[in-house]
Design a protein around this ligand. Structure first.
Ligand SMILES: Cc1ncc(COP(=O)(O)OP(=O)(O)O)c(N)n1
Ligand SMILES: Cc1ncsc1CCOP(=O)(O)O
Ligand SMILES: [Mg+2]
Length: 210
């Protein structure tokens, strides 16, 4: 099966903002600063607002030639012809999602702190697997912790790209990159406290010389 591949670099995820103008202004800065993937994740938006925000983000992503991945909602990904979908353990079957998405779109799977989940996800058609939380996450404080050794094992053993998520800052990302992780997924580090352009640039710089 041929699938699109996840680019190496900053995997930006949107904050739960219902103010669409505010969201688009901040995301535009993150895309301009070099994020290589955008995931639309908004746990506070209703279906109507999700459609509106996803369509607006799709236009910005196309402008920057950055793939847009939809979190949780297969129907939304199909409705806006997104570049991919990300599913957690309770979000639907990966194999069914792969059939619905076709072979080209990206399909990501949350694997928390379990390598076995990643092996099944790969077999079910996942294009990448995500482990986390790597560090304590203010966005998801109850997220299970994934140890550094898991990232090392996953990068050594899996054929598909490994994404790290959870509490990642430009200052604590080093060990993950040294473990071979090609993609850092970030929410709060980009959008909490303002200056998303500068914050995104600090992450993208991590990938420039490594
Ligand atoms: C890249 C990436 N990795 C992990 C997640 C978490 O997915 P999930 O466990 O389904 O939790 P929610 O994000 O839906 O709260 C993710 N979204 N993206
Ligand atoms: C969705 C998710 N899954 C595990 S941690 C997390 C939140 C990541 O956000 P942040 O980068 O703000 O810690
Ligand atoms: Mg989910």
């Amino acid at each position: 099966m041929s699938t699109a591949s996840l680019p190496r670099g900053l995997y930006a995820i949107t904050p739960d903002w219902t103010d669409t103008d505010r969201l688009l202004t901040a995301v535009e800065q993150v895309l301009a600063a070099g994020a290589v993937v955008l995931q639309y994740r908004n746990k506070l938006a209703d279906a109507g607002l999700r459609l509106q925000q996803a369509q607006a983000l799709q236009a910005r992503c196309r402008h920057h030639h950055v793939p847009l991945i939809i979190n949780d909602h297969l129907e939304l990904a199909l409705a806006i012809d997104a570049d991919g979908l990300h599913l957690g353990g309770d979000d639907g079957e990966l194999a069914a999602a792969r059939r619905a998405l076709g072979p080209q779109r990206l399909l990501g799977a949350s694997c928390y702190n379990q390598l076995a989940l990643a092996q099944s996800a790969q077999a079910a058609g996942a294009s990448y697997v995500a482990f986390g939380a790597a560090y304590v996450s203010a966005t998801k404080p109850l997220a299970v912790q994934a140890p550094l050794a898991l990232y090392q094992a996953a990068c050594a053993q899996l054929a598909c790209p490994v994404v790290a998520i959870g509490g990642i800052t430009p200052f604590n990302a080093g060990p993950l990159l040294a473990a071979g992780v090609p993609s850092l997924a970030v929410i709060g580090g980009l959008y909490e406290g303002g200056q998303p352009a500068e914050r995104a640039a600090a992450y993208t710089a991590l990938f420039e010389h490594s």
